[in-house]
Design a binder for this molecule. Structure first.
Ligand code: SF4
Length: 476
């Protein structure tokens, strides 16, 4: 077997990294022939479970295909390169600090070169710095993060109907539970010209919906803001005014980065507009998806302080009120919530539960706290861990509330007509003559007919089934 396989773990931004590596590898392999099997493992390290999942996959890949060269990249490769390099079957480790060079490093390894030949001389090998702890595989990782963006990987309509365009990397905050500032370095932004070029090339390949993503997306352009006044709101306006992209969606943005200008864009471009591109039977739809994901983590003031989060519950609630006012009640509001942060008392958890209950969330992502080596949370955990049983109980309570809220939110749309885009439909669903689609306001629906992916249409929601899935038919 020749060719390559990429396995993705982690968040939207990590997936965007993996897709960019894949695109570059595809481009390289068109002109040169792969001579060996290759598996690229794009890892996450946001929890201990993410590390375990990556190790399990690497072991399985080696067991099932011992001839394959396994290259490990991503957050786990950056956080613990020596540990990864010692795993059986690993041929190279490329940390996030060198991710932009990953395609060339991987390609040279695939050609069987003993030392990758395309690497700029500035490359630092951590292996050479680790006297007395030699890794089995070569390692490219350092703490300078000079090669973190894969800027020239063209974004095209490919494996995903709605791809992520990662425009921001790294984070300058220090939330006490988070390992990301260590695995991805400080905030860096893709240039405005690159972003616009990427959007235009996506549109030229027939793409219709794009998701802007980043590790801390709301910080886009801020490292340059002193001289050029660049903000995410300014960039979004430029995309909507200077390209013909049909729909833009924003992924997770920190609560305090939803500034007045960004919120105002939801009012201006989220609502259907007479002058926007037509959809279906000449009916217009909003071009900025009415969808806002604001990480919450906790509804307790005291816990947020211990987490070193930059807002308090009332700041968060105020942002939500303004978002709903701008986007209207159809807004899809989502959040991440963490359970069992060190020292979290029953009362603090009750505060979170009450806070979540009071806000119009359409969906929640729930996580138990996972201590990460090197973070302040690691030491806090040693001092005041929350018992495992309490975490399980709290997760169950929050899960029940999240299910109830999601069901209530979805149920409100039965009988309503919504703009949607068709997706790649999983085979079992397609076999039943149905099509998976996603509405502009982030509701997954199942259409009662067969369509190809990437079609824009209007759908009428017909019902909510036991599993919480929404049935829909094409609007007449
Ligand atoms: S804002 Fe906090 S949680 Fe988000 S990436 Fe930065 S440090 Fe991590």
């Amino acid at each position: 077997m020749t060719g390559f396989h990429i396995e993705h773990f982690g968040c939207r931004a990590a997936r965007a990294d993996g897709e960019a590596i894949g695109e570059r590898l595809r481009a390289l392999s068109e002109s040169r022939l792969f001579q060996s099997d290759l598996v690229v493992v794009n890892t996450c390290s946001v929890t201990a479970e993410a590390d375990r999942a990556a190790r399990a996959f690497i072991r399985r890949a080696h067991r099932e295909n011992p001839a394959a060269r396994i290259v490990v990249t991503g957050c786990y490769a950056q956080r613990a390169p020596e540990e990864v390099a010692r795993l059986e079957g690993v041929a190279a480790v490329v940390g996030n600090s060198h991710k932009a060079l990953a395609p060339e490093i991987i390609f040279d390894l695939a050609l069987g070169k003993p030392q990758p030949g395309n690497i700029p001389p500035t490359l630092v090998s951590v292996q050479s710095l680790m006297a007395g702890a030699p890794a089995h595989a070569p390692v490219w990782a350092d703490d300078k993060f000079a090669h973190t963006f894969i800027e020239d990987a063209p974004l095209a309509l490919g494996a995903q109907t709605r791809p992520n365009l990662k425009i921001q990397e790294g984070c300058g905050n220090r939330c006490t539970f988070c390992v990301i500032p260590f695995t991805r370095g400080p905030s860096k932004s893709l240039s405005r010209a690159s972003v616009i070029g990427q959007v235009q090339s996506f549109v030229a390949t027939g793409g219709k919906e794009l998701v802007l993503s980043g590790i801390n997306l709301g910080r886009w352009g801020r490292e340059r803001s002193g001289s050029r006044g660049e903000t995410l709101a300014g960039l979004v306006r430029t995309i909507l005014e200077q390209t013909t992209l049909f729909r833009l969606r924003l992924s997770s943005i920190e609560p305090m980065d939803w500034d007045d200008d960004l919120i105002a864009l939801l009012r201006e471009f989220g609502e259907p507009q007479a002058e926007s591109l037509s959809l279906g039977r000449n009916r217009p739809a909003g071009r900025l998806a009415r969808h806002a994901h604001l990480p919450l983590q906790s509804g307790s003031d005291a816990v947020l302080r211990r987490m070193h989060r930059r807002y308090r519950p009332w700041h968060y609630a105020e942002k939500v009120a303004r978002l709903v006012d701008a986007a209207g009640p159809d807004l899809a509001l989502g959040a991440d919530v963490m359970v069992g942060f060190p020292g979290e008392t029953d009362r603090e958890f009750e505060e979170t539960l009450a806070f979540v209950r009071a806000l119009p969330f359409g969906y929640l992502h729930l996580f138990p706290f996972s201590p990460r080596p090197g973070t302040a949370g690691w030491a806090l955990q040693a001092k005041s861990p929350v018992p495992k049983g309490a975490i399980e109980e709290r997760m169950a309570a929050l899960r029940a509330l999240a299910d109830e809220k999601a069901r209530d939110h979805r149920g409100r749309f039965v009988g309503r007509e919504l703009a949607a885009i068709t997706l790649r439909t999983p085979l079992p669903l397609a076999a039943r003559g149905r099509t998976a689609a996603l509405t502009e306001n982030f509701l997954p629906i199942e259409l009662e007919d067969s369509f190809g992916s990437n079609e824009l249409l209007w759908a009428t929601v017909t019902g909510l089934n036991q599993d919480g899935a929404l049935g829909a038919c094409i609007s007449g």
